[in-house]
Design a protein around this ligand. Structure first.
Ligand code: GLV
Ligand code: GLV
Length: 320
């Protein structure tokens, strides 16, 4: 008998066919609508494998109703949507998709950094709204990126890829990480700093840590008070790492200069969220890995992890 799998979002037909060679597949057919929780709870009751997105909350409640479940394959590198301890206790393998999205996410991180520094969205709106009446000396002036100091919090693969881009702009680079990485200090010429020192000295602070109970609200009121008044915060990791209320106050009262956000504490972020009304915030709808090529690679890798786990081979990327 073929193992049963459930896929929580419509994936491309070619890939689904490949999974169907080995598995009985059911799939939520929508592309832009999340599978409702009650439907997901029901579907997982019988399946051996689940291929899910970061929008699905895989918690104890869901896992306890999934008696046959052997693998949860998350189509994302981050897996804070999954209760890893609960999965481990139940002997459910969890996999993710690192590597394939590293360069694409670094591209977006740097794009957002530059767009925020140079007020690109605000400037475009200014023109379209008919406000452009003349050229003037200090009109829409931003912050220089080149030779500025970049502080990266969380030094993984994406951090390293961001460093390579920053080097092209002659940036000075500080990083903070749970474990100091002497290798990259030598190889890439970056300097380790304590969190406080990094916040104090950086012109751009870039958040790239995983989201865990330890990094929840890592950047809050106190951290903003340490930052420069000209500092720009960039978050392309997870919303919950930054305390949004504290960020709002820091931006509103110009304790920091601007923020570029691809992620939010609640996603989709409500359109009436106070942060969205500030001119010095650039916001994106969680598109870090969103290139056509990379999203196809992530789907392929998620499928491969799933199939390997269901055919007693070791998946490429096992979380637990
Ligand atoms: C996206 O945010 C991911 O974790 O892959
Ligand atoms: C993710 O791939 C990271 O390690 O930063």
């Amino acid at each position: 008998m073929k193992p049963k799998v459930y896929i929580t979002r419509r994936l491309n037909g070619r890939l689904v066919k490949k999974i169907e060679e080995i598995c009985d597949v059911k799939m939520w057919e929508e592309e832009d609508v999340e599978v409702p929780r009650d439907i997901l709870m029901k579907e997982v009751q019988e399946v051996d494998g689940l291929l899910c997105m970061l929008t699905e909350k895989i918690d104890e409640e869901l896992l306890s109703g999934a008696r046959n479940l052997k693998v949860v394959s998350n189509m994302a590198v981050g897996y804070n949507n999954i209760d890893i301890t609960a999965a481990k206790n139940r002997g459910v393998t969890v996999t993710n998709t690192p590597g394939v999205l590293t360069e694409t996410t670094a591209d977006l991180t740097f794009t957002l950094l530059m767009a925020t520094a140079r007020r690109i969205v605000e400037s475009s709106d200014y023109l379209r709204e008919g406000k452009w009446e003349t050229w003037s000396p200090m009109q829409l002036t931003g912050q220089d990126v080149h030779r500025a100091t970049l502080g990266i919090i969380g030094m993984g693969r994406i951090g390293e890829a961001v460093i390579k881009r920053a080097k092209g702009f002659d940036m000075n680079i500080l990083y903070h990480n749970r474990n100091r990485k002497h290798g990259i200090e030598e190889e890439l010429g970056v300097v380790y700093a304590g969190l406080e020192e990094l916040l104090r000295d950086s012109d751009f602070v870039c958040v790239l840590t995983p989201y865990t109970s330890e990094t929840h609200h890592l950047i809050s009121e106190r951290e903003f008070s340490l930052m420069k008044e000209t500092a720009v915060l960039i978050n392309t990791a997870r919303g919950g790492i930054v305390d949004e209320e504290a960020l709002y106050h820091a931006l509103k009262h110009r304790k920091i200069w601007a923020a570029g956000l691809d992620v939010f504490e609640q996603e989709p972020v409500p359109v009436d969220h106070p942060l969205l009304a500030l001119p010095n915030v650039v916001t994106l709808p969680h598109i870090g890995s969103a290139s056509i090529q990379t999203r196809l690679k992530m789907a392929d890798l998620a499928a491969e992890n799933l199939l390997r786990a269901l055919t007693k081979q070791t998946p490429k990327h096992v979380v637990v």
